[in-house]
Design a protein around this ligand. Structure first.
Ligand SMILES: [Zn+2]
Length: 305
């Protein structure tokens, strides 16, 4: 089912990373800049992330002796320094998630580079280390993003969805390790509901969402894949969902032979097994396209509505 699985450390069947994107209210300011300050209920829902959920999640990880990766827009780090301190005290990795959750593929390349560097500098200042990994806000990886990851010296990206195992992204400037995931592993489609952010979907019960995550885990365990959750403290850090997450972690521990790791550790392992010749990765050349495909010229009327 997986043609070329990674040899995980100590014979583990799969690697598992419960990554959290602490977007807090950055997403509301981005979506509703002029009126975000007046949307108090939405602000409170989003601030629940750094204020209530992050300390709870860090405690949960401590209970299981796990270190994990948190992606933080740098503006959120400046705004919520206590959450940053809690994450760092827990021994977790803080990775790059833009400055204000701006979408890289909505930026001109020079704008993207400006925000990228500005966020990197905040991470360096507040954590003492340059970022090692990146997840594009809202998965909006651009045609220039790989250039900036290489230029910024990052070792991995965790925004794309092109495989069940790590692979390499490559262009003329260099390479980074891709640690892929996909939408079923994101809590947004399971739990997001907010009038102010124009998402009105019926939230699923924690057990329905866990059923999806657990099925993904069982398959990754069986076939030696990589399981990466893309969760948000303000969604999955809510009480009943957090209780369900604890049960899922217990289930994974009971099953055994699981490597719980930060994405930084997973990327380092991938580089190691490539370096010593024990594993050969698949390589994706980027960008996939230099522009719109030529078969549909600019004058071609839309063929699908
Ligand atoms: Zn985000």
């Amino acid at each position: 089912m997986i043609k070329n699985p990674v040899p995980w450390p100590n014979g583990a069947r799969c690697a598992v990373a419960f990554t959290f994107d602490m977007d807090a209210d950055s997403i509301l300011h981005l979506a509703q800049h002029a009126s975000a300050d007046t949307r108090v209920a939405a602000l409170s829902m989003l601030r629940y992330g750094p204020e209530v959920a992050v300390p709870r999640l860090v405690d949960l990880y401590a209970r299981f002796g796990m270190r994990q990766t948190f992606f933080l827009p740098a503006w959120c780090m400046e705004r919520y320094p206590a959450a940053v301190e809690t994450i760092l005290k827990g021994g977790h990795e803080i990775a790059h998630h833009g400055y204000l959750h701006e979408h890289p593929n909505a930026c001109e390349p020079e704008q993207e580079w400006y925000w990228f560097q500005r966020a990197s500098d905040v991470i360096a200042r507040m954590t003492g280390q340059r970022p090692r990994g990146f997840r594009a806000p809202s998965y909006r990886f651009s045609r220039s993003t790989l250039d900036f990851l290489v230029q910024g010296g990052l070792s991995y990206d965790a925004s794309l969805m092109g495989d069940d195992i790590p692979y390499l992204l490559e262009n003329d400037k260099g390479q980074v390790v891709e640690l892929p995931t996909h939408y079923a592993m994101d809590d947004w489609p399971h739990f997001m509901a907010s009038r102010d952010l124009a998402y009105m979907m019926a939230p699923k019960s924690p057990s329905q969402a866990m059923e999806v995550y657990q099925a993904e885990f069982d398959a990754m365990w069986e076939y030696r894949g990589l399981w990466i959750a893309v969760w948000h403290p303000f969604l999955s850090g809510r009480l009943a969902r957090c209780v369900a997450i604890a049960r899922l972690i217990e289930y994974m521990h009971a099953k055994g032979q699981v490597w719980f790791a930060t994405l930084e550790e997973i990327a380092a392992h991938v580089k190691r097994v490539i370096g010593d010749g024990t594993w050969t990765p698949r390589i994706d050349r980027l960008p996939y396209y230099d522009g719109p495909i030529s078969e549909l010229g600019p004058a071609t009327p839309s063929l699908a509505r």
